[in-house]
Ligand binder design. Structure first.
Ligand code: SF4
Ligand code: SF4
Length: 77
């Protein structure tokens, strides 16, 4: 578990870029671990890695997201 430039916790397997997110919520159904949650205010909506410690690295979110907001972490910091 590491902290990224925005000081949010990142699981060891995937990075998430909220600026790419279109709030379609496909990834919430795709994640079998329930690691992904929602930020859902009227003008501020995007997915969030709400439970990074639950992430198993299955990468289903990477494959499911049409906006390519998730990317696999392939190298250790
Ligand atoms: S699938 Fe991608 S665009 Fe849709 S809510 Fe998840 S991160 Fe955002
Ligand atoms: S890699 Fe798998 S377990 Fe981790 S957030 Fe993505 S879909 Fe969920």
């Amino acid at each position: 578990m590491t902290r990224n430039a925005t000081n949010t916790i990142t699981p060891p397997y995937v990075r998430f870029n909220p600026h790419r997110c279109k709030a379609c919520w496909v990834c919430l159904d795709a994640c079998p671990a329930g690691a992904i949650g929602k930020i859902s205010f009227l003008w501020h909506r995007h997915a969030v890695l709400a439970k990074p410690s639950a992430c198993t690295g299955c990468l289903r979110c990477v494959r499911a997201c049409p906006a390519k907001a998730f990317s696999p972490i392939t190298t250790k910091p």
